[in-house]
Ligand binder design. Structure first.
Ligand code: DAH
Length: 347
């Protein structure tokens, strides 16, 4: 009998030792099966009580039942403790410390060329121009022919053209080399008075380098009405330049040649880097050319079904990348389209 009682004490001790070591809820169940389950030694002893002589049955039985009851309550106590700890841990994990600094939200921004385009459009919108867009894949007719640049005209050399096909039906197609074809398209669909600007991509078949890209942006301007004169062109472009580059910056008009205007002019601003003294950026001239312009050629008006005896107009075309390049001292046009975030994040 003493042997049986010793066994029961041994079971209790071993069970308590093990129970104390269990640190996770998951470990509890296998302990319960081992010490209190149907196949446990304790259950075995309780079952075999009937085999014992009568005088041994009581003391062994009562000891075994006490061991069982105490292990059961120890088990429940341990379970409660572990559950409590588990809850605390998960609360600590989920809780929010409102005093911590917030995580920065990554914010996108507009491309420097887009920002410039928006600025240009805003200035002209304020002066009563509407913003229109045109196709980048264009007919030879609109890009050249209708703009007084026929097949063998030397002015075609000014435009290294990316041809799309040689045109079996309806003539040849190309990627527009400038936004000027929209002058014709606008006249085909609109009656004067016309005041429009056309921002958009243009393409040239060009070896790329620091100042040349095969794709770049232009903004075309086009105004047709009764009594429009060169003074209106000058006034509009002066105002544009001073809004974009500052009132104090001087603006220069000189004669130039473009087949679709007569007379044609070239507009330059005082160099932003040396303010006219002469430096490497402006080729030591003190001036930087920013756009071409002129009075719309009567041929062009006629092609748009507008009577040049009644109406006159002006047109201009400017390159967009040039502007942020001058402003921020960017010395390579290719940076705009290289998708390098280290460059783009600066704007
Ligand atoms: N289309 C010309 C170019 O890409 C720029 C230009 C010059 C546009 C004179 C005009 C203009 O409207 O009047 O070189």
């Amino acid at each position: 009998m003493t042997e049986m009682l010793g066994q029961l004490d041994g079971i209790r001790r071993a069970a308590l030792d093990e129970l104390a070591q269990i640190g996770e809820l998951e470990g509890l169940e296998s302990w319960r099966v081992r010490y209190l389950g149907k196949k446990s030694r304790l259950t075995g002893i309780l079952r075999s009580l009937t085999d014992l002589p009568l005088e041994e049955r009581r003391p062994v039985g009562s000891r075994a039942n006490r061991v069982k009851a105490s292990l059961q309550s120890d088990f429940l106590e341990r379970k409660r403790l572990l559950e409590e700890r588990h809850l605390e841990l998960s609360l600590a994990h989920k809780s929010l410390d409102v005093t911590l600094p917030g995580r920065p939200i990554p914010r996108g921004r507009l491309h420097p060329v887009t920002q410039t385009l928006e600025e240009i459009c805003d200035i002209f919108k304020n002066m009563g121009f509407q913003v229109l867009e045109g196709p980048e894949v264009e007919w030879d007719y609109y890009n050249f022919e209708a703009l007084n640049i026929p097949q063998d005209h030397p002015a075609r050399d000014m435009f290294a053209t990316l041809w799309i096909d040689s045109g079996r039906s309806g003539g040849a197609r190309l990627l527009r080399t400038h936004t000027s074809p929209m002058q014709i398209r606008i006249m085909e669909t609109t009656c004067p008075p016309i005041r429009a600007i056309v921002p958009g991509r243009t393409y040239r078949y060009e070896a790329t380098d620091a100042t040349h890209e095969s794709m770049f942006y232009q903004v075309e301007g086009f105004a047709v009405d009764k009594g429009v004169t060169l003074a209106d062109l000058k006034g509009t472009l002066f105002e544009f330049c001073s809004r974009l580059f500052g009132r104090e910056r001087r603006v220069r008009f000189r004669c130039d040649y473009f087949p679709f205007v007569e007379p044609g002019v070239e507009v330059a601003i005082e160099c932003l880097s040396c303010s006219g003294a002469g430096c490497r950026l402006c080729g030591h001239s003190g001036w930087i050319e920013i756009l071409g312009a002129g009075m719309v050629h009567p041929d062009i008006l006629r092609r748009g079904d507008i009577n040049p005896e009644v109406y006159t107009g002006f047109a201009f075309g400017l390159g967009v990348e040039r502007i942020p390049m001058l402003r921020y001292g960017i010395d390579d046009i290719r940076l705009f389209y290289g998708n390098d975030l280290r460059f783009l994040e600066q704007f």
